[in-house]
Write a protein that binds this ligand. Sequence first.
Ligand code: GCB
Length: 622
Amino acid sequence: MRKPNRLILSLVLFLAFRANAQDSLITNIPARKAFSLNGQWQYIVDPYETGFYDYRYKELKASNGDAYWNTGIPANKSEKKEHGYIDKYSLMVPGDWNHQKPEFLFYEGTIWYKKSFDYHKSSSNARFFIWFGAVNYRADVYLNGKKLGMHKGGFTPFNFEIPASLLKEKDNFLVVKVDNKRYADEVPTLNTDWWNYGGITRDVKLLELPQNFIRDFVIQLKKPEPGKAPSITPDVEGWVRLDTTPQVGEQLTIEIPELKFKKQISVTGAVTPVQFRLPKTQLWSPDNPKCYRVIISSSADKTEDKIGFRTIEAFGKQVLLNGKPIFMRGICIHGEVAQDVRRAVGYDDARNLLNKAKALGCNMVRLAHYPHDEAMTRTADSLGVLVWSEIPVYWTIDFGNPAVLTKAKAQLHEMINRDHNRASIIIWSVGNETPISQTRTDFMHGLITEAKSLDQTRMVSAALEVNYNSGKNLNLVDDPLGEFVDLVAFNEYLGWYGGMPDQCRTTNWATPYNKPLFISETGAEAKAGFHADSLTRFSEEYQEWYFKEQVAMLKRMPDNYVGISPWVMVDFRSPKRNNPIYQEGWNRKGLYGEKGEKKKAFYTLQQYYNNIKQDTDNKIVK
Ligand code: GCB
């Protein structure tokens, strides 16, 4: 047989993971030696955008001394300065601003952050980047009076290159204008059921990299043969992206020391497809979250990651992990630490949240409704928790606006690129409860197609709409998006929104799509510690009854029912929830209260999951 030529091979390889030429994200940051810019930053609150615009509402000129990206220190005692940065006004980075000062609890608007730093370059031939884990929502970044760039999207990483000549040894003046005002044509839009925490909410780092560094790479098990388990010597494929087009003859080396594996690959362009067979390998799964150290090196650069190898697919009515059916015992999680009323960030928060899910008996989490901190997905890898990761295309986005689709796609790219080596992530979700119309379906279909073109090794889904009472006692999940997703997922609140929990006794669920069916939300509110009879809303007894009725109903789910992630793990802040006695600005659907108290319904769900776990021995039992 003739060998396929390299071009054809490359095209085939690119089908599983597409490297997009426009994507500029530098990934795998935790492995990079970087200069941390975390810590105290000085700030100016600027609700009127005074430091950004002149009175005619045009962006100020860089030369304008009143621009807040310029120093506020007067050159002499006569110079008029109406802004400045001092320690008295400081905020911790990373961290939302809302929890740091009482006066910021409900603030939405602009805050200017400023950090001064010295920097000693290790090499005279290096390139420099500033990298942000996330800034909510819009970030305008300036160094020493020069604009480096602007980014929108509150939950994904981004980076800007710093011209080497701009970076000084002493007293660099870094300013970030952070604006978290909500707009109808942004993603998310004006209306969400969570608090819009503002600020530089994740890590900030300065990266010093070689000229032709390794920007991004994918090393994953190949898309599975339909319905088949990977062999014990599984096939890997992916790509490595060098920053610029490399020299002829350049080689890449991929090593997995624990497997005594080493392979050299000739670079074929800025993006080099990678394909090889591993030696005998332990597959990653919740029961055995085995990750291997993978080292990638080029002549100029070297990086490494801890990667788990597994396959995942929707096959007929089932979801197969490493070729075997799994049932997802999930829970939805917001990226919030309720006890401290703040955004979650870093490994301690990630471990605490994921251990709460494990205590419930979960093997899966739905990270709602936006990409969580990278520490979360990395911790999920190491703890063996399956992950649904989502972009904040939530409710009523401006679906008819092509610019909004572009913004949503940008966030989709950043989410997938950051985490495409995480074994824990099995589902990319392109949105939540988007009301059906042709315009919305076209928009969402566009996102699904984009997600699949970037990564064909995972499932793509979204929380779909339900057609209530479409037959006698039958609720049908027949949202037209069902045709395009791999996993048909829906949210239902039978017994909380409309009716009482005993409605579950006569309700049945189905989907016309011959695909696995997942309940991505269900839940009822209860204020922790409030006890009454089970007919009393907001009592722990009501919530417990709700879950008991749900569990009984789940026993009658059709045979394509593959899992559930109830809403929600912990009570969370929401400005929409204003019952003055039970809510006080909190959505109380948590199975844990805001202080971490376990509500009665926690034990109902835990029991359900324990029973499933005991019964599930490589077969699906509801
Ligand atoms: C939903 C949303 C979720 C809300 C929840 C609720 O369907 O997806 O973001 O918080 O319902 O509590 O109403």
